[in-house]
Ligand binder design. Structure first.
Ligand code: FAD
Length: 409
């Protein structure tokens, strides 16, 4: 039924901005209200650590869709205000500006928030995080030639910012607790190659480095103190140590959650009238027989499709292979699949030439994941091999003379 209260979306980010478009595309004629805490219409976050930070993109480039889209599609927007509570019995949400909105269906698309550094000095000025456009503006202001940025965390965001800092002529030092960069999200070959490239670009990379706290004068950060006593002098600190799902709204109204709001493959929560999509969810991964939280644009879009399809009475879309990309210097990383319990890693191509792929195989040679660097064809073929759960002899994957396209048919 296209009832009067319509659909309310809490969170106007990549997932929220996508679901409103799919709802109209799939034929929802009723009311749609998009509530967003930030003052902006939905925008893309990936450029915030890349093109936008390097001042190579405009606000229009960031926007998911032009402002007229929302008018033409009759999507009501309530920006600069947050949903503070969900009343499931009354089927309404409460807003920070004092209003309430009734709903027939509610979509939670609240994203994730940067994990905080719970250490002395973490609240000083000059200690930054990167999630929003406002965060990116604050970071851009300190990335000037000759200034030195200390980056805590050698994950994707930290490394992308390091590359952007170098492009802007700033100094960057990456401080990583683990023995390698990208330790949680990439295999050892990729980590080694990325680390070498950052060093070659003049980034200082400190591994096995535990941070004790931030030091400074008059409340402004001036150095990162390591547990082994080293003092890393800097002009600002970027904390890039992961993100936590924004699931408090769901938890407080009794929805199943924990490490992300629990959803099924139609993006339904434990309340049939409430959906959840994007970084705030913990979702099934049918290819791997387990659940996980995925923090990526492709996942936000896939789950937006799932929710819109279910609301419009369509069958759920075929599950996609999780994938992700990252740009650092002239390197385009593309990763498909997830390397849970890998038994073997097979290299194809040559890291020295800057173009290669690493295939992660299970013990039975099933392709679990591919990590490609400047190798888009290997990425695309690998994605199909993962989708088809294809078993491939390591020798064939390694041999650049064997066309992968044919293995993927
Ligand atoms: P978000 O885009 O974070 O949107 C959530 C929105 O909800 C936010 O605007 C938030 O303010 C709002 N909100 C929260 N609570 C409430 C509330 N109670 N009421 C109202 N509004 C609320 N992914 C890739 O695939 N490739 C990349 O290269 C890549 N690079 C990235 C670089 C950076 C710097 C960052 C931060 C992320 C990057 N990502 C990348 C991840 C990608 O941006 C996210 O996975 C994606 O934005 C998730 O969309 P989302 O809608 O779930 O969350």
């Amino acid at each position: 039924g296209q009832d009067q209260a319509g659909i309310v979306i809490a969170g106007a980010g990549h997932a929220g901005g996508s679901v409103v478009a799919f709802l109209r595309q799939y034929g929802w004629k009723g009311r749609i209200t998009l509530v967003g805490e930030e003052p902006l219409l939905p925008y893309q976050r990936p450029p915030l650590s890349k093109a936008w930070l390097k001042r190579e993109a405009t606000a229009d480039n960031l926007a998911l869709r032009p402002a007229r889209f929302y008018e033409q599609q009759r999507i009501e927007t309530r920006l600069g205000t947050r949903v503070t509570a969900i009343d499931r019995a009354a089927r309404e949400v409460h807003l920070a500006d004092g209003g309430t909105l009734p709903y027939d269906r509610l979509v939670l698309a609240t994203g994730a928030s940067p994990r905080r550094l719970g250490l002395p000095g973490a609240e000083m000025s000059g200690v930054l995080a990167l999630r929003s456009a406002a965060d990116a503006d604050a970071l851009a202001a300190v990335l000037e030639p000759g200034r030195r940025l200390a980056i805590i965390g050698g994950g994707y965001i930290g490394l992308e910012v390091a590359a952007s800092a170098r492009a802007l002529g700033a100094e960057a030092v990456v401080i990583e607790r683990e023995a390698r960069v990208l330790a949680r999200v990439a295999g050892t070959d990729l980590s080694a190659m990325i680390e070498a490239r950052h060093r070659a670009e003049g980034v200082e990379v400190l591994l096995d480095a535990a941070v004790e706290g931030i030091e400074g004068e008059a409340g402004a950060a001036q150095a990162v103190r390591l547990r082994d006593g080293r003092r890393i002098a800097c002009d600002a600190v970027l904390v890039g140590i992961g993100a936590m799902p924004n699931e408090a709204l769901a938890v407080e109204c009794g929805l199943e959650a924990g490490g992300g709001i629990t959803v099924d493959l139609a993006a339904r929560t434990s309340d049939p009238l409430i959906y959840a999509i994007g970084d705030c969810t913990r979702r099934p991964l049918p290819l791997y027989g387990r659940e996980a939280r995925l923090e990526s644009v492709p996942n936000a879009i896939e789950q937006a499709k799932q929710a819109a399809a279910d609301i419009c009475g369509r069958p759920p879309p075929v599950p996609e292979v999780p994938w992700f990309w990252s740009d650092q210097y002239d390197l385009r990383l593309q990763i498909a699949g997830l390397a849970f319990d890998p038994a073997e890693a097979v290299l194809r191509g040559s890291p020295e030439d800057g173009s290669f792929a690493v295939f992660h195989l299970a013990a039975d040679h099933r392709v679990l994941a591919v990590e490609a660097v400047n190798a888009p064809a290997d990425f695309m073929a690998g994605r199909i091999l993962v989708a088809k759960a294809r078993q491939v002899a390591p020798g064939l994957l390694h041999d650049s003379a064997v066309p992968l396209k044919e293995l993927a048919i």
